[in-house]
Design a protein around this ligand. Structure first.
Ligand code: CA
Length: 161
């Protein structure tokens, strides 16, 4: 699982990177909107953690650019702003989830896991009916199928169900 963090606050960015690496993710860290946008446009990520207040290009604009380019990775927006208007703007721009600073790292990791787990299942039109660690049971089109989170052929499994 490969994650991109775009966060300009050096301490927070480094701390998040190291925590996520300890959790088992491969993590790239970018500290401004222009560089972050470039990385998200050219590399494949399973999920992106995106701060909104960034130098060069702000996070909402970066997110809008990725979505217009057809980048579909899930994006967790991270920001010090905690107002409804910012939250709505973030979700409208294509964010999949939203976390206001300050936050607990455990919550961030749990939300990230949920995002990564959700994507291929939703893309396939199936929904998860039972969670058992990495092994899920999904249902769609009147049928039930096993689904292994993170397995490369999970979409094949779903396709054959
Ligand atoms: Ca910031």
């Amino acid at each position: 699982m490969r994650i991109l963090i775009v966060e300009d606050e050096p301490t927070l960015g480094k701390q998040l990177k190291s925590t996520l690496e300890q959790t088992g993710y491969a993590v790239d860290l970018s500290t401004d909107g222009e560089d972050g946008h470039f990385m998200g446009s050219t590399e494949d990520y399973d999920a992106v953690i995106l701060d909104l207040g960034l130098p060069e290009i702000d996070g909402l604009t970066v997110l809008g650019m990725w979505r217009r380019e057809g980048r579909t990775f899930p994006v967790l927006v991270l920001t010090a702003r905690d107002s409804w208007s910012d939250k709505v703007a973030g979700l409208d721009a294509g964010a999949d989830d939203y976390l206001a600073k300050p936050f607990q790292t455990e919550e961030l990791i749990a939300r990230l896991r949920a995002l990564i787990r959700r994507v291929p299942v939703e893309r396939s039109g199936y929904r998860v009916v039972r969670y058992e660690g990495r092994y899920h049971t999904v249902r769609g089109g009147g049928r039930t199928a096993p689904y292994i989170v993170g397995s490369e052929d999970s979409e094949d499994v779903l396709g054959r169900a």
